[in-house]
Design a protein around this ligand. Structure first.
Ligand SMILES: NC(=O)c1ccc[n+]([C@@H]2O[C@H](COP(=O)([O-])OP(=O)(O)OC[C@H]3O[C@@H](n4cnc5c(N)ncnc54)[C@H](O)[C@@H]3O)[C@@H](O)[C@H]2O)c1
Length: 391
């Protein structure tokens, strides 16, 4: 079996998720499309990179991501750094002929995303944006029901993504609250996932009418703070930093196929941890999904006999998408790790076959265009059209 050498940039949360996926993918998907070799990891300092190499199973480490790009043995560059770094790394990697997987949101702005899309297209390398939630078996099953007409013509889509890690004003400042580092707040961070699911299940978004809110205007500066760890009483901050991104975004959506929809995303919704949900209504039925019950899909089919009508719950398992490779019992439960393993499998399969892998940089660019449209709409308090992407 052939191997592909991976160079990963970043040593945080997503580094953990992607490293786990490279290690575990062949344990789930066998025969594996390829055996990924965790070759080199890049961090911001020699010590953090070296520590990450031993923890996440990489052969070598560096404090300079350019070393990853310059290494002729590296086949894949995996970008798990803050959003402001994605464009520079992805463009350099594709110019060096590396296949690229990049965490979401693809970039801070549509302009940056367009440059990235052009670079991978010119280089002819395989590329993917890590919108992992569309890989959830229940969501792929929802797509099957939509495509086979089980719920008829789609009428509407209601998506939400609510978290509460930044609801407290004491949640420390991090790159996620800085426009220059992240591009936007809840919009790029979590609403972008819902936009990807909406485009995957419903189709292209054609117009938006949005509102954006920032509830906490400044946050404590805590050295080396993790983004979701609150400061303790004996660790009082001496200074606070200005937040210049949104905590919450609400938008109406119009789709090119006539479907209408809504999207709400907030990082300030106390009690909601990772409440990513959607509900889709069609002329013949409905579909509901809740990430916190990710092994379940709720479906309603209007052509059920009258005395049986109602939502039913399907527990995903071996009979459903990716099920044969996951666990042998329906409802035994998958987590975030398995979703990243499926994503890794799809990307490595595409690299091995040199084929297209969705969502690719074109689709990441499309999500960035919609996100820019949402920001413009919130600023101008008007509907903003998202013209069809030409190529
Ligand atoms: N797909 C998802 O579900 C999901 C979830 C969380 C985060 N993300 C995305 O993943 C990316 C990273 O987020 P995270 O939660 O892992 O952040 P994080 O803050 O936990 O980790 C970021 C890492 O990048 C490193 N880094 C920063 N600049 C670097 C550079 N120039 N060279 C090398 N390393 C550098 C930091 O030291 C840190 O280790 C972001 O784009 C984020 O939006 C995606």
């Amino acid at each position: 079996m052939n191997t592909l050498n991976v160079g990963l940039v970043g040593t945080g949360f997503m580094c953990k998720a992607h490293s786990l996926a490279y290690a575990a993918m062949p344990m789930f998907f066998w025969p594996a499309p390829t055996l990924p070799c965790r070759k080199i990891i890049a961090g911001t300092s020699t010590s953090s990179a070296r520590e990450a190499a031993s923890r996440f199973g990489f052969e070598r480490s560096t404090a300079d991501w350019r070393e990853v790009i310059a290494d002729p043995t590296i086949d894949i560059v995996d970008i798990t750094t803050p959003n402001s770094t994605h464009a520079e790394i992805a463009i350099a990697a594709s110019r060096a002929g590396k296949h690229v997987i990049c965490e979401k949101p693809m970039a801070r702005t549509a302009l940056e995303a367009e440059e990235m899309y052009k670079a991978v297209k010119l280089a002819g390398v395989v590329n993917m944006v890590a919108f992992n939630y569309r890989r959830i078996p229940a969501i792929v099953l929802a797509k099957r029901f939509i495509e086979d007409g089980s719920i008829g013509r789609l009428l509407n889509f209601r998506g939400t993504y609510l978290q509460d890690w930044s609801a407290s004003p004491q949640t420390p400042f991090s790159w996620r609250f800085s426009r220059s580092a992240s591009g936007s707040g809840a919009l790029g961070d979590i609403a972008s996932h819902v936009l990807d699911i909406a485009e995957f299940l419903v189709g292209e978004v054609s117009a938006v009418q949005a509102m954006m809110q920032t509830y906490v205007p400044d946050r404590p500066i805590v050295p080396r703070s993790d983004h979701n760890i609150e400061i303790s009483e004996n660790q009082q901050p001496s200074a606070r930093a200005m937040v210049d991104v949104d905590d919450e975004v609400l938008t109406l959506l119009r789709f090119r196929n006539g479907t209408v929809g809504t999207l709400e995303a907030s990082r300030n919704a106390f009690g909601r941890n990772n409440y990513l949900t959607f509900e889709i209504h069609g002329t013949e039925g409905s579909i509901c999904f809740d990430y916190e019950r990710r092994d379940e899909l709720q479906v309603y089919f209007e052509d059920d006999p009258h005395d049986r009508k109602g939502f039913r719950t399907i527990n995903t398992g071996p009979a459903h998408p990716y099920g044969e490779s996951l666990w042998p019992i329906p409802g035994i439960g998958i987590g975030y790790g398995e979703i990243k393993i499926i994503e890794c499998y799809e990307f490595l399969k595409a690299v091995s076959n040199h084929s297209r892998c969705e969502p690719d940089f074109r689709q990441g660019y499309q999500i960035a265009r919609i996100a820019d449209g949402i920001s413009d709409s919130a600023r101008t308090k008007s509907w903003v059209e998202i013209p069809a992407l030409k190529d």
